[in-house]
Ligand binder design. Structure first.
Ligand code: CEZ
Length: 766
């Protein structure tokens, strides 16, 4: 599993580390920036003949040389790639660690982050495992890549005991000069111990040996070169004499800095045994604040339990708390990440909603992208109009109110940035829902413009006529949820109920294709995602939302589920569409240009899979739902791990799909841990599999055990109370709370702080 990786984040940065030692990291200033770069950046508008070629990805490499034998290896594995005697890669929620043994030397690496600084903390322990004394040289070597084509250099700063690289972020517009003045253009590697020698010029470091056998490491001593408009590397040499069993510990800090004073500040704070300990303790506390609503889950599937107890809420917390470390999150992502956070830190979700609403347009629509700070710019995908952002409001409020019963939020006043008007959340959501109801064509179907949930579906409706079946159904679902909230809020929501019914009827009239719902109708009036299509014959999302919106009858649902089974299900989960497109369809858009089985073009796109699973639990297909849910996590057998190439510690945005037409890479993980899947997967586990859904009345307990699970145990926290739930099978299904049978499984009058003991008996065969 060469791509096996773990990721760490804090409030300022994130880093993805592979087992082999490659790293991708970025920090916020406030826009996302890199501090270790590729060796060259391909410029779009001009040639860069001077900047050199490269053979390596950014990484954190530690070379070790046995000075008696001359043998060299690098840890964790890159770039020397020497076979080792023992290799362990351990990812913990707050630490990434390696234990490696090679030729009588043990090297233990540990990466952690502080809570509030962009800075990697590296601890390295070298141990002599032999019976004889060893003379070793040890070399951390962090290539920094091309920092800037305008100005870059590096040297060793004695007073800081650090390699310090300097650069000027490249720019061309005069106004950027003033903006860039506050950027952290230095990169440093600070050491606790004083090195014997150093090297800061990558080409001198490599010499003729190359990065995998650098001249600077084979030589007796590094030459102490500076990098003057040359790609820098932060490399140091330490010589150690180690007695048998003796250990030497190094600590390093690595990261960006504005000036030398900042490097000094970070060193004073962290670069010591106690500094590392304190940072790690604080980081654990930070993570502990993100514990989810489920703990102590024990089922017959321990890997899945670990995922639910620890890793999934961790990923949800990351999304909810940092907004994926972006400054203009897509509005739908912002709101869906907040759905996940409802089960972790609802107070963050509340703020997220208010922030989104403060940027609502006067016509009721939410914008493409929410600016997180004054002066943030809407970029990339947020410059392309997508029609769905407003509907996530109702989906969010449904989840938030079910979990918290905080109906006060509806009366909260929110001032609009656009026109300064103060309106309540209730009024603003009304306006958003009305806006959605109005954006329909003469058939009553919702326009798509340049996309809906599906970002790259940009050419179905760019001429202003095309409509989206999914969008119509998702809007109907949102309207129904909002109508229900209106009722709970003692208001009349009939108009929204009627709006939902009209949309459902229109989709049934124009897009029911006999066995499933079509995806949409193009500007030229061509229905797609239908049986007559050779490619993109069936899309998953319309089926999921037809169930959720109530558009599909029982018979239709049964037909859709069977069709999805036939066309989209595979060994790695349920694909988003099939068959994957192999050529551009100019009436659908760039999604059809993606490689077959990749991302929206027919991968197992987990975000879409969770919608389907969520719908299946609600529609009484619990076994199928849990089967597909399990497939979203790699394992538990080795063959599956190898096909996915990913550890079971996060859910990626997709696994390669198109397994019928492009089986070679099917199942392979994208490794992208930024995904709306996390929130929905958590919701599916909490409300679907474990069946613990809140409502204005209380908590309903209705677990949906997969057929092969005889029992299950878990703890659910809800509105300050704790529920220890034990589920077994029996002939007389019932829910018993603190010794009393509970009608319909609904526990009411919940008291915050109280611990409840819940016994659930589910039917022998569900
Ligand atoms: O981004 C996601 C978006 O963050 O794609 C989803 C969408 O619902 C999410 O809001 C489905 O389209 O632009 C592209 O082509 C990319 O494929 C993005 O759409 C995609 C990235 O894969 C990140 O997940």
């Amino acid at each position: 599993m060469p791509h096996a990786a773990g990721f760490l984040w804090n409030r300022r940065m994130m880093v993805n580390m592979t087992a082999r030692g490659y790293a991708t990291a970025q920090f916020m200033q406030p826009e996302p920036s890199k501090y270790a770069h590729a060796q060259i950046q391909e410029a779009q508008h001009f040639m860069l003949p001077e900047q050199g070629t490269y053979a390596s990805h950014p990484g954190r490499f530690f070379f070790v040389k046995d000075r008696d034998t001359g043998c060299i290896f690098s840890a964790p594995h890159e770039p020397a790639r020497v076979p080792v005697d023992n290799f362990t890669f351990n990812v913990y929620p707050s630490l990434i660690c390696w234990n490696i043994e090679c030729r009588g030397i043990k090297i233990e690496l540990q990466l952690s982050l502080p809570v509030d600084d962009a800075c990697e903390l590296w601890e390295v322990r070298l141990t002599n495992l032999d019976k004889a004394r060893k003379f070793l040289s040890f070399y951390p070597a962090f290539p920094l890549g091309l920092l800037s084509w305008m100005n870059q250099s590096a040297t060793f700063d004695k007073s800081l005991n650090s390699v310090v690289a300097d650069s000027i972020t490249a720019y061309q517009k005069t106004k950027d000069y003033f903006k860039n003045k506050s950027l952290k253009d230095k990169v440093f590697l600070a050491s606790e111990l004083v090195p014997e020698a150093y090297e800061t010029c990558q080409s001198v470091f490599e010499g003729e040996g190359g990065l995998h056998k650098p001249d600077a490491v084979t030589a007796e001593r590094m030459s102490g070169s500076d990098a003057s408009y040359e790609n820098p590397i932060a490399a140091m040499q330490f010589n150690h004499e180690l007695n048998p069993g003796e250990t030497k510990t190094h600590r390093f800090l690595f990261g960006p800095a504005f000036d030398k004073a900042e490097i000094q500040r970070l060193k004073d704070k962290y670069l010591s045994a106690s500094g590392f300990d304190n940072a790690q303790r604080a980081f654990k506390q930070y993570l502990a604040a993100g514990r989810g609503a489920i703990s102590n889950m024990v089922s017959p599937d321990p890997q899945f339990d670990a995922f639910v107890n620890t890793w999934l809420p961790r990923q949800v917390y990351f999304h909810g708390e940092t907004h994926r470390l972006s400054t203009d999150p897509q509005t739908r992502n912002f709101l869906q990440d907040a759905i996940g956070c409802v089960y972790i830190k609802p107070e963050i979700s509340r703020k997220t909603l208010l922030k989104a609403l403060s940027q609502q347009h006067a016509n009721g629509a939410l914008p493409d992208g929410i600016k997180l700070y004054e002066g943030a710019q809407l970029k990339y995908i947020n410059t392309v109009p997508h029609v769905d952002h407003s509907l996530w409001l109702a989906l969010f409020l449904d989840a938030y109110l079910n979990e918290t019963a905080d109906y006060t939020i509806l009366a909260e006043l929110v001032e609009s940035k656009e026109d300064g008007k103060q309106l309540s959340v209730r009024e603003r959501t009304d306006a958003a829902m009305r806006y959605l109801m109005d954006a329909v064509d003469q058939r009553g179907l919702h326009y798509i413009l340049e996309g809906d949930w599906n970002d790259p579906m940009n050419m179905v409706g760019w001429k202003g006529k095309g409509v989206s079946g999914w969008m119509s159904l998702a809007t109907a679902f949102a309207l129904r949820l909002w109508a229900k909230i209106c009722k709970d809020d003692n208001r009349d929501g009939t108009i929204f109920e009627e709006g939902a019914a009209a949309l459902n009827a229109a989709v049934n009239q124009h897009l029911w294709d006999g066995d499933w719902f079509g995806r949409g109708i193009t500007d030229d009036g061509v229905a797609f995602g239908v049986r007559t299509d050779d490619e993109g014959k069936i899309y998953l999302n319309p089926q999921s939302f037809a169930i959720l919106s109530g558009a599909a009858s029982k018979e239709q649902t049964e037909k859709m589920v069977r069709s999805v089974e036939e066309h989209l299900e595979g060994p790695f989960g349920v694909e988003m569409l099939g068959p994957a497109y192999t050529h551009m369809r100019e009436d659908i858009g760039r999604l059809t240009q993606k490689y077959p089985g990749v991302a929206e073009n027919g991968s197992v796109y987990n975000h879409a899979a969770t919608f389907y699973i969520y719908a299946l639990y609600g529609a009484g297909y619990a076994d199928k739902a849990s089967e597909l849910l399990r497939k979203m996590l790699p394992g538990p057998d080795v063959k599956d791990y190898l096909a996915r190439g990913q550890l079971p510690i996060f859910v990626p945005n997709y696994y390669r799909g198109a397994y019928r037409t492009h089986p070679k890479a099917a199942g392979r993980s994208s490794h992208l841990f930024n995904t709306g899947t996390a929130a929905w997967m958590y919701r599916v586990v909490v409300e679907g599999l474990l069946g613990t859904t809140g409502s204005s009345e209380g908590l309903r307990i209705d677990p949906k055990l997969p057929a092969h699970w005889p029992s299950l145990r878990f703890t659910r926290t809800f509105r300050g109370a704790t529920f220890n739930v034990e589920v077994t099978r029996g002939t007389r299904p019932r829910v018993v709370c603190d010794g009393k049978q509970v009608e319909g499984g609904l526990i009411t009058d919940i008291q915050s702080g109280k611990i409840y003991s819940v016994e659930v008996i589910v039917a022998e065969t569900q």
